[in-house]
Design a protein around this ligand. Structure first.
Ligand SMILES: O=C(O)CCC(=O)C(=O)O
Length: 274
């Protein structure tokens, strides 16, 4: 099954990303935003900072996006028909906050090898230059680059990992409407600026969809089988949720998020404020 045109697949191969891809209606995106905001109201702090990972384990609406068949059809054309989901991240930028993301490559710190995986960035609000949309450096996915670790205040990345000297004139802004997504390669250099608008910018990032051959080399990631079958058994399989904020799912998410913290800070000299 495919959801991507041959031009889009060629764009992924040549440039390291595809955008935009239509996934949700604007009302479905709004429903997901409302579920996030309900969780924020019911459990303040639960999905902030180190809690921003794996919301799909406690929220049926976000779970249904992770298992959305249009997304999986697109992902299948890139990594093949056996697809695992290994984690998700909410990148929320509120107005009047200074959150930004330094230019980086996901593959440098995430421990997933080989790079038979892809990240889906689903816009739950419009995402544009004014509110700090993603920016990609085309063709930067051909090799791994050096990063420095800056730990700047406001940097939403765990160590402020930064690829220096990115040529701004080559970088492309990835503007999306609520409900659209981009797909990016594990090695493409990307980042984003601050939100200068009066509303939140919410990206729900499925990071990542991995092929069943992919191992976690820095620690442990549990997974859900999104499509096909897992013949390799490299990871523990965890359940999907159909109940908002069930006690069992909150505990499971906490355990998974603790594993992620170990991966993200492996060998780091300090921790970020996020
Ligand atoms: O949402 C952002 O601005 C950055 C997200 C990001 O770095 C990623 O999806 O890998």
């Amino acid at each position: 099954m495919t959801y991507l045109s041959s031009n889009q697949l060629k764009q992924y191969e040549d440039q390291g990303y595809i955008s935009p891809i239509e996934i949700l209606s604007s009302s479905e995106a709004l429903e997901a935003r409302k579920e996030i905001e309900l969780i924020e109201k019911k459990m303040p702090n639960e999905i902030e900072k180190t809690g921003r990972y794996n919301i799909h384990l406690i929220s049926p609406k976000l779970d249904s996006i992770v298992h959305n068949s249009k997304i999986l059809d697109a992902v299948e054309s890139i990594i093949g028909k056996n697809i695992l989901v290994c984690s998700t991240t909410l990148f929320i930028k509120n107005p009047n906050e200074q959150g930004f993301v330094s230019y980086h490559q996901d593959a440098k710190y995430i421990g997933l090898e080989p790079h038979n995986w892809v990240t889906a960035w689903v816009a739950l609000t419009d995402s544009n230059e004014n509110n700090g949309c993603m920016k990609m450096w085309p063709k930067s996915h051909l090799n791994i680059k050096d990063h420095s670790e800056k730990f700047d205040k406001g940097n939403l990345l765990t160590r402020g990992q930064t690829v220096e000297n990115v040529p701004e004139d080559e970088v492309k802004s990835i503007e999306l409407k609520a409900g659209q997504m981009s797909l990016h390669h594990p090695r493409v250099v990307h980042g984003s600026g601050i939100n200068k608008s009066n509303d939140r910018r919410i990206g729900f990032v499925i990071q990542s969809y991995i092929g069943t051959n992919v191992k976690q080399t820095l620690g442990k990631n549990s997974v859900q089988v999104a499509r096909g079958e897992d013949k390799y058994n490299h990871h523990e399989i965890i359940k999907r949720t159909n109940t908002l904020l069930s006690e069992e799912s909150i505990l499971l998410r906490k355990k998974e998020n603790d594993y992620l913290q170990e991966i993200f800070y492996k060998g780091a000299k300090q921790k970020s404020s996020y």
